[in-house]
Structures are given as C-alpha cells and as structure tokens.
Design a binder for this molecule. Structure first.
Ligand code: SF4
Ligand code: SF4
Length: 442
C-alpha cells in the first residue's frame, strides 16, 4: 500500500504569499546568552512556582520551577550560572504581568546530570508520561498546551487516530520544516512514543505541499525505518491548513463539534517539533530548554536558530544582521496569528516559533461593503462580519449567543481577505477579552 496518499485541499481559508525566505537555511545554534530571563508562565494552564532563590547556582537543564496542577509544565534553567533575581514581564498573548527568573550565565554551559533510561523502549506508558511531564514539554506549534495532558485523554474518549502536524501554514515560518529535514528520525521516534501511549488504529503525517523536500524525506525515512503503516498526507498549501480543526477535517473528513476538542472525534494532533522534544526527553533524558526559532522578514539574513529559552529577541534579530531601516513592527509568531511585541528585550519562550520583522504601511479602515469574503474565508464557518459589527458596538453577548465567538481561533483569514481593511480579528479579540472578564473567578 502507498505510504503517500493523494493530495487534499480545503475550500476554506486563504492563499497567502508564503515568503519562506529561510526555508533553505540549515538550523544553526544561536549565541549562548549572557543572561536569560525565564517567565514562569510558558504554557496554557497554571504557571509554575520558582524552586530556586536569588544567589543560588544552577546548572543547564536543572528544574527551576514547577507546579502541582495537572495542566502545567515545569521549567528548567537554560544556561548554567547564578540566579540574579526575578523581574516582571508583560505576557504577549494575555497582556497580563508575569513573573520571570533571571539567570546570569557563567559562560560554561555546565549541564545537570541527565537521567538517561538504559532501555527506553521498555518504558511503560506511565513512565513515558512522567518523563514527558518532567521534561516540561508543551505543544511547540505555538499553542504551548502541556504535552503530557494531551497524551492523557479522559478514559471515555477513545482515540483512534493520531495526526502528526508538519503543515506550518503561516507565511515566513520555517522552523518545523527544517526540523523535519534535519531531525526527521527523532521526529518519527517521538511519533512512535506518542503511538505507544495512545494506541491509535491509524497515524497520519500531514505536510503542506510547499515542503516537497520534507514530504520526500519523511517518506524515505518511514520506509527505511519500516514504519509503512504510517500514511503521509500532502495538503495543498492554504492558510490555516495547520490549525487542528481544519487539519482533522481535511485528513479525515471529521468535524470537531462547536466548543469541542479533537479528542471528541477520536483524534489527537501533535506538532513535529513536539514529537522531537518527546524523543529527546524519553531517549536522551533531555528537558526542553531550547527550540528552533525562525527569524525572518526585514532582517539582513533570515535564519533558523536553535535558541535557548530566555534569550532576548533583540539578540536574535542582531545575530541575523539587524532590522532594515524601514522596519516598524516585530511580531512573535507568524504574520497571521502572531502578536506584535513592543519590548525587544522580551525573551524567547517555549511557544516562540518565529520572530518576524515587518515594514507595514498604516492601513485605513473603511465601512463594510457586505461582500461576504470574510465568511467565505472562515475555516470555522462563522460570520466574521457580524462578529466584528457586534464587537465594535460593544454587543459582546450577541457575539457569544448568536455568532459562536468561542469557536473563532483567531486565525486572521477574515481580516486578511477583507477589502474594507476592517481589522475583524482584532475586534473579535477585544470582544473575547471583555467576555472573559465577565466569567466569575473560581
Ligand atoms: S472569524 Fe475567527 S476563525 Fe473565522 S476567519 Fe476570522 S479569525 Fe479565523
Ligand atoms: S470581508 Fe469585510 S467588507 Fe466584506 S463582508 Fe466581511 S467585513 Fe464586510
């Protein structure tokens, strides 16, 4: 049976200029920072609490923060040196203040002794989950959901399918692409661990067709490693193909219900870089202290940099030759879902897949001309035009009751397509924040 299935496409979403300037740039290590700033909230769920104090010496890979909450992940030192104190930062996705530990490097990168299993293949599911948790792994596609939680579906949810997500549909971003090309074997090893934990009946590897070299490479690896039961699904490059719900619909034809999760339709999706991190934790005992970050856009040399968490984004931009003279915006993530960042001393965190420097012209918003293009583009089949209208008027309850605002995953396809330049997704984000304030805290 063929390993590669026929190409699939989506009628929804938008075709965006890809601008993958760094796709041919091999991963290179970013300079080791002199000082790292490590936020204690780097995942969806509960923040971690510091386990070290000012003046304490730490080793690279040492656990420095943890939480007793289920939906959380520990955090590790990313350089060896001394804890110089704490600081407060604005968390870009939420706008809230978060505490961060500051470590001054001793320049020696001395590692903690790693707990490398003698026979990783014989680990039980429970032992694997413990290793994944202790390594602090979260979804590296950008969502930063704790991986051990995603690998522990409730008992009443039968998972029959695992999809490994190698789509990377945002323009500019190439970190997952390079990880598949350069660490494909580790990605597949991580995928095997995921399969051991979830016991799916079938596993797919989904990759957009603008990465033919990665499709071919993964295909060859699958054959050489005797993993022919995996199916590789090329998907027509169209944003937001890599969004979980779009991906599940394209690969399996299943619709995740409104307000539901992939596991409600028997599916778990993991990103390729997350799979590699799972391999590193289980086979090498390595905690998650670094990731590949694409630095692209208006910089002299776009690159893919293996970067320690806590490295200031300014350092990486300078390492890539600095910003162009007319650059006026720095975005963490891709241009569609990323968040503009005002403080260039903000550090790379687990969810940072890209740093994008832009030269955007100011855009003037016009009145809606009721063209319906935003509705056609929406992968969630929502009515973005009505969401924007209600949100702009402060009619937030209507956004929720009549237009299913909770199902919007803020992909930005509606904004991208709108000929009236209405920042639809920004209005939606404001409405969501206002609605969230009304939920009484527990
Ligand atoms: S309404 Fe939400 S999900 Fe739909 S296109 Fe706009 S941002 Fe994407
Ligand atoms: S795309 Fe813009 S102008 Fe067209 S209906 Fe949607 S909001 Fe209105």
């Amino acid at each position: 049976m063929a390993i590669r299935l026929n190409k699939k496409s989506s009628p929804y979403g938008v075709k965006v200029p890809e601008r993958k300037f760094s796709e041919k740039s091999p991963i290179e290590p970013a300079p080791l920072p002199e000082k790292v700033v490590i936020p204690l909230q780097q995942n969806i769920g509960a923040p971690a609490q510091a386990l070290v104090k000012k003046g304490e010496k730490v080793l690279t890979g040492q656990k420095i923060a943890d939480s007793d909450k289920f939906v959380s992940a520990p955090i590790h030192a990313t350089v060896s040196g001394e804890v110089s104190g704490t600081t407060m930062l604005v968390n870009p996705p939420t706008g809230q203040l978060i505490e961060a530990l500051v470590i001054t490097s001793d320049g020696e990168d001395r590692w903690v002794e790693l707990d490398i299993p003698q026979n990783p293949e014989s680990l039980s599911v429970k032992e694997i989950l413990e290793k994944v948790r202790e390594a602090g792994i979260v979804g590296l596609g950008g969502a930063a959901f704790p991986t051990q939680v995603k690998l522990s579906p409730p008992k009443d949810k039968k998972i029959d399918t695992v999809i490994l997500n190698g789509c990377e549909c945002e323009p500019y971003v190439t970190s997952d692409h390079r990880v598949m090309l350069e660490f494909g074997e580790k990605v597949l090893s991580g995928l095997n661990i995921i399969r051991k934990v979830l016991s799916p009946q079938i596993t797919y590897i989904a990759i957009e067709d603008n990465k033919e070299d990665a499709i071919k490479h993964m295909e060859e690896l699958v054959v050489s490693l005797g993993m022919e039961d995996l199916k590789i699904v090329p998907l027509k490059s169209k944003y937001p193909m890599g969004a979980e719900k779009t991906l599940i619909n394209m690969v399996l034809g299943r619709e995740v219900p409104i307000g539901g999760l992939p596991l409600d339709v028997g599916v778990v999706v993991h990103n390729v870089s997350t799979a590699k991190a799972i391999h590193d934790a289980v086979f090498e005992g390595r905690p998650l202290i670094e990731r590949v970050v694409t630095v692209s856009g208006a910089v002299k040399s776009p690159k893919n940099l293996l970067t320690r968490f806590g490295t200031p984004i300014r350092t990486l931009i300078e390492y890539c030759g600095g910003m162009a003279d007319n650059a006026n915006k720095v975005i963490l993530g891709g241009p569609m879902m990323g968040i503009a960042q005002f403080d260039l001393d903000f550090p790379v965190v687990k969810g940072t897949n890209s740093i994008l420097v832009k030269e955007d012209e100011p855009i003037r918003e016009h009145d809606c001309i009721s063209c319906g293009m935003c509705i056609e583009a929406c992968p969630m089949r929502l009515m973005p035009t009505m969401l924007a209208r209600c949100a702009k008027d402060g009619r937030y309850d209507e956004c929720k009751a009549n237009y299913y605002i909770d199902d919007c995953f803020e992909c930005g396809s509606c904004t991208y397509t709108c000929p009236a330049n209405i920042p639809i997704v920004q209005y939606i984000k404001v409405a969501k924040k206002e609605l969230a304030k009304r939920v009484p805290s527990k």
